[in-house]
Ligand binder design. Structure first.
Ligand code: MN
Length: 232
């Protein structure tokens, strides 16, 4: 095998509760509009024909508890609190039952968003990359193995900014269930170990500014914390 011209970047990973080894991250898929109330606050409706997606680079990951700079290129940086699903087995064109069995674990995540750049994309019929694929813009808390997590329906998902609750919903409110999303996405990708899915955000998204402290959680999946420092 040829040598690399320079040291390759270290593969991003996320901790797993109760495991000394970490979960290496390959890809991050994100579901758009998976809660009716959030779709409404964005001025849209849920597409009940099929879920749809955008992606974030694995190298956009940062970890719960970190302080990161307020990002460049936005004046309307939003929080989106989400359930994160980590895959543990290969699936391709799979049914719902096979999809459910392919889940490695779950965690809390923040799909941080340049809302102004996302709106530019919508207005000009251009991609959302500048709005969504943001350095340090995929915030991940440690994963919990699926076998340690009970049914998702009934679990509260919530986010506060500086202690004031902004987002507060139930995972039962998701339009597309986790197995439905995995099954659908598996008709476009060979999914497997290292693939994460951010499953969409409930209503209550809003702007954050330098100095803000974001704290949230999902019942049974622990907490997430994220602090925004000054811009660079
Ligand atoms: Mn999102």
């Amino acid at each position: 095998m040829s040598a690399f011209l320079f040291d390759p970047p270290r593969l991003p990973s996320v901790a797993v509760v109760g495991e000394p080894a970490t979960y290496p991250i390959r890809r991050i898929f994100c579901v758009g509009r998976n809660y009716v109330a959030h779709a409404a606050e964005m001025g849209g409706t849920v597409d009940r024909e099929a879920p749809w997606y955008f992606t974030k680079s694995a190298f956009s990951v940062c970890h719960s508890g970190e302080t990161v700079p307020y990002p460049p290129g936005t004046e309307n940086f939003h929080h989106e609190m989400e359930l994160v699903v980590a895959l543990g087995a290969p699936v391709f064109k799979c049914d719902i039952k096979t999809a459910a069995a392919a889940v490695f674990g779950y965690g809390c995540g923040l799909d941080m968003t340049r809302r102004d750049r996302q709106q530019d994309g919508k207005d000009n019929r251009r991609p959302w990359d500048l709005g969504k694929d943001i350095e340090n813009g995929a915030v991940l808390a440690p994963l919990h193995k699926a076998g340690d997590v009970g049914p998702l329906a009934g679990k509260r998902i919530h986010l506060s900014v500086n202690g004031a609750v902004r987002q507060d919903a139930d995972l039962a409110d998701m339009v597309w269930s986790v197995p439905e999303v995995i099954s659908h996405l598996s008709h476009y990708y060979h999914l497997g170990q290292g693939d994460l899915i951010m499953t969409g955000t409930p209503a209550g998204v809003g702007p954050v500014v330098a100095g803000d402290v974001l704290t949230g959680g999902i019942d049974g999946l622990g907490d997430i914390a994220h602090t925004l420092g000054p811009s660079e």
